[in-house]
Design a protein around this ligand. Structure first.
Ligand code: PA5
Length: 447
C-alpha cells in the first residue's frame, strides 16, 4: 500500500517555496519538542506513539467486546461529545454504505449517537425509536464529567434497565473513560460495567485510535486492524528522523503557518466526496481546539464539494481574501457509475455519455482548484489513493501530527482547551448548580 500524499505547489504565489522550506529548522525544533516531550502540554503526548504501541491483547479485547454487542444488540448508542464521538462518526460515514439504514437485513447493529447535543426533540425521538428494540450503549467520556453525555446516559440507562432489566442492561453497557477519575469511572465500577481506559496522556480530540474510536468502529465490522495499521505507517512516515521534504505532516504545518502569517486566517477543508463530511467535522475540532487560543490560530472551516459550490462557492471565489483551501482528493472511488446515452439528449448531456461519474467529479475538482487559485485562494491537496480503513488511519495520524507541530509553530499549547470551560461555568450558574452560588448571583444580575 502507498501513502497519502501532500501537494503544495498550488499554495505558492502568495507565499514562496523558500518561505515554506525556510521553516525547516523551526519545524525540526517542534518535532524534537514533541518527540522528546519538552514542549507545552507534554503530559498529553500519548497519541504520538499510540498506533505502534497498541497491543494484540488490546485489539482482541476490543474485538471480543464488539462481538458481544453485535450478538445482542440491534442498535448501539454511542454516547459522547467532541473527541468522544467525532472520530467514530468520521470513520463510519466514510466507510459504510450511505443508504445502509434502508437495508432490511443488517449484519451489524446500527450505530446511533447521543450526548453530542442537549436537543430535547432529538433525545425524545431517539428514545422513541429505541423502544422495544434490543440496544446497547457505549458511553464515552474522557473526563467522565461532561454534562451532555452524562445527561444522555442517565436517560438511556433508565430506558434500557426498564426494558431488559438491570442485569441484561449491565451486559449491554460499556464505559470508555479515565482509568481512575471522573463520575463515569465511579458509576462503571459501582454498576460492574465492562470498561476501557482512555490513557491519561491522550486528550479527547486525539483519542480516535484508543477504544474511544476503535470499539464503536469494531461493532460495525470495520477492520480496526487496518485502521491502526494505516496509522502505524503514518507514524513512521512522519517521524522525527524523516527529512522535512519527505515528511508530509511537517510540510503541511509549514505551509499552513506560512499562509497564516501572510494573512490567510481561515483554512477551508474541502472534499469532493460527501462521505468524507465528518472527517471535516473531526478535523475542525482537532485544529480549532488545539490552535485557537491566546487570540491566535487559523479558523478551521469545511465544505463538501461540489455541493457547497452552490452555497459557499461565491464567497470562496470572491469574498475577503483571508482564506486558503485544503482539498482531500480521492484517487479511486469504490464503485463505477457510467453516464448513459439518451436518444433525445434534451438535457444536452450526451457529450458525457460513456464517462464515469468520477471523471466528471475529477474535472469539477480540477476546475475548482484552478478557479480558486485564480481567485487568490492558495490550494493544498491531500490525496488518498482510496477511501478505506487503512488510509483513514493514515489520515487521522497525519492530521494529528500536523496539528501538534502547527501548535508549537504558533507558540501555543496545542493540547489543552481552557476556553471550553467558559460556557460550562455560565450554564451551571444559570442552572443553580451547587457550588456556583457566587457565579449564579453575578450572572443573573446581567440578564
Ligand atoms: O479535546 C477534548 O479533550 C475535548 O474537546 C473533548 O473531546 C470533549 O469536551 C469531550 O470530553 P469528554 O470526553 O471528557 O466528555
Amino acid at each position: 500500500m502507498g501513502n497519502i500524499t501532500l501537494t503544495i505547489d498550488k499554495a505558492l504565489g502568495i507565499i514562496t517555496k523558500e518561505q515554506v522550506y525556510g521553516k525547516e529548522e523551526k519545524i525540526k525544533e517542534c518535532l524534537a519538542a514533541l518527540h522528546n516531550g519538552t514542549g507545552a502540554g507534554n503530559d498529553f503526548l500519548g497519541w504520538l506513539r499510540l498506533p505502534s504501541s497498541i497491543t494484540e491483547a488490546e485489539l482482541t479485547d476490543i474485538e471480543q467486546t464488539a462481538d458481544l454487542l453485535r450478538a445482542t444488540c440491534e442498535a448501539v448508542v454511542v454516547i459522547g461529545i467532541g473527541g468522544s464521538y467525532l472520530g467514530t462518526k468520521a470513520v463510519l460515514e466514510a466507510l459504510h454504505n450511505s443508504f445502509d439504514w434502508l437495508q432490511k437485513e443488517r449484519k451489524n447493529p446500527v450505530i446511533l449517537y447521543a450526548g453530542h447535543t442537549i436537543g430535547e426533540d432529538y433525545l425524545y425521538e431517539l428514545c422513541e425509536v429505541l423502544k422495544g428494540r434490543p440496544f446497547g450503549i457505549i458511553n464515552i467520556s474522557k473526563s467522565g464529567t461532561t454534562t451532555e453525555p452524562a445527561l444522555a446516559f442517565r436517560i438511556l440507562k433508565k430506558q434500557l434497565e426498564e426494558t431488559v432489566g438491570k442485569e441484561k442492561a449491565r451486559q449491554r453497557i460499556v464505559a470508555v473513560t479515565d482509568a481512575k477519575k471522573g463520575a463515569l469511572r465511579t458509576l462503571a465500577t459501582q454498576e460492574g460495567y465492562k470498561t476501557f481506559v482512555i490513557p491519561d496522556d491522550v486528550g479527547g480530540r486525539f483519542s480516535v485510535l484508543t477504544p474511544v474510536g476503535l470499539l464503536p468502529v469494531a461493532v460495525t465490522g470495520v477492520s480496526i486492524r487496518d485502521l491502526v495499521s494505516g496509522a502505524v505507517d503514518m507514524e513512521k512516515a512522519t517521524g522525527e528522523d524523516v527529512p522535512f521534504a519527505g515528511n508530509i505532516a511537517a510540510r503541511y504545518a509549514a505551509v499552513r503557518h506560512a499562509l497564516y502569517t501572510s494573512g490567510k486566517k481561515i483554512e477551508i477543508l474541502a472534499n469532493f466526496h460527501p462521505k468524507l463530511h465528518y472527517i471535516g467535522e473531526w478535523w475542525k475540532q482537532l485544529y480549532g481546539e488545539s490552535e485557537g487560543k491566546e487570540h491566535k490560530g487559523i479558523f478551521p472551516a469545511s465544505v463538501d464539494l461540489t455541493t457547497d459550490l452552490h452555497s459557499m462557492g461565491q464567497w470562496i471565489q470572491e469574498g475577503e481574501r483571508s482564506i486558503f483551501e485544503t482539498v482531500i482528493s480521492v484517487e479511486r472511488p469504490d464503485h463505477t457509475v457510467i453516464v448513459p446515452t439518451d436518444s433525445e439528449n434534451l438535457d444536452g448531456l450526451n457529450f458525457l455519455a460513456g464517462k464515469r461519474v468520477d471523471e466528471i467529479n475529477k474535472m469539477a475538482e480540477l476546475g475548482t482548484q484552478l478557479a480558486h487559485v485564480d481567485g487568490g485562494v492558495p490550494n493544498i491537496r491531500i490525496t488518498l489513493p482510496e477511501v478505506n480503513a487503512y488510509y483513514i488511519g493514515q489520515l487521522f495520524y497525519f492530521f494529528e501530527k500536523g496539528c501538534g507541530i502547527s501548535g508549537y509553530l504558533l507558540g501555543v499549547n496545542p493540547f489543552d482547551q481552557p476556553g471550553v470551560e467558559a460556557y460550562k461555568r455560565n450554564m451551571f450558574a444559570l442552572l443553580d448548580k451547587p457550588g456556583f452560588e457566587k457565579e449564579t448571583k453575578a450572572i443573573k444580575a446581567r440578564l
